[in-house]
Design a protein around this ligand. Structure first.
Ligand SMILES: CC(C)(COP(=O)(O)OP(=O)(O)OC[C@H]1O[C@@H](n2cnc3c(N)ncnc32)[C@H](O)[C@@H]1OP(=O)(O)O)[C@@H](O)C(=O)NCCC(=O)NCCS
Length: 201
């Protein structure tokens, strides 16, 4: 992924480096008693358990473990209350066929059932998107609940001719939030998550 170049509408050039979308040490926010901060090595077991429980033993926990090792741009945040890790969100790079533009894919996001419906998932999504927008990421895709993600600015990806790599995905479930409209390929294309998502399915 290193070396991709993005030409901005103002003519400036921005180059994707692995550290560009890494999570800064200072990247944290307090929301009531909940702190959203970068994932640390000591959080790894908690992150695995959160994904195992929230996704009822689905493949997500294993995908996250794999990406942590293989993906330089792994961008992961946790929601913490004192010493309890309550939620987790991950962003990894995505491509568009026929274009050298790189965006990010949100997947997965999970909150322990005991703490759901208290705004933690929303804080994680908002914090992650804000971080990516500030660091120059042009767009973020998500495959998820169409009732949940539009509140964060996600729209149907098909409006921008962006297609999901997997067949049979309902149109309204595949969404995108665009931070830099000018760099998106007008002809759209098939977007692709990291291969680790395919391999685990
Ligand atoms: C989705 C999830 C991360 C949301 O976390 P959360 O902390 O409960 O979210 P918030 O409290 O910020 O927001 C709650 C809202 O999310 C909605 N929501 C939660 N799960 C939903 C679902 N499966 N479909 C649609 N909406 C959902 C709730 O109805 C609620 O809506 P409201 O604000 O209009 O009442 C959490 O429910 C979870 O971990 N689910 C299991 C894993 C999962 O499905 N992850 C998302 C994959 S796309």
């Amino acid at each position: 992924m290193t070396g991709h170049v993005l030409r901005r509408s103002d003519g400036s050039i921005w180059q994707l480096k692995s550290e560009k979308w890494g999570v800064e040490e200072s990247s944290k926010v307090m929301s009531g008693m909940i702190e959203i901060r970068k994932e640390e090595p000591a959080d790894q077991d908690a992150v695995r358990i959160i994904n195992e429980i929230a996704f009822e033993q689905g493949p997500e926990a294993a995908i996250v473990d794999k990406l942590r090792k293989s993906c330089k741009e792994y961008c992961s945040f946790v929601a913490v209350n004192q010493d309890t890790v309550m939620g987790h969100i991950l962003f990894t790079p995505v491509t568009i066929d026929g274009s050298n533009l790189i965006g990010m894919g949100l997947a997965p996001v999970a909150v322990l059932p005991l703490y759901q419906k208290q705004g933690i998932g929303s804080s994680l999504v908002r914090h992650g998107l804000q971080h990516l927008q500030r660091s120059g990421c042009p767009f973020v895709i998500v495959l998820g609940h169409p009732e949940y993600y539009p509140r964060f600015g996600f729209e149907q990806a098909s409006h921008y001719k962006l297609k999901c790599q997997w067949k049979g995905v309902p149109d309204e479930a595949f969404m995108v939030v665009i931070f830099d409209r000018d760099v998106l390929p007008r002809e759209g294309g098939i977007t692709r998550y990291r291969a680790e998502f395919d391999e685990a399915m």
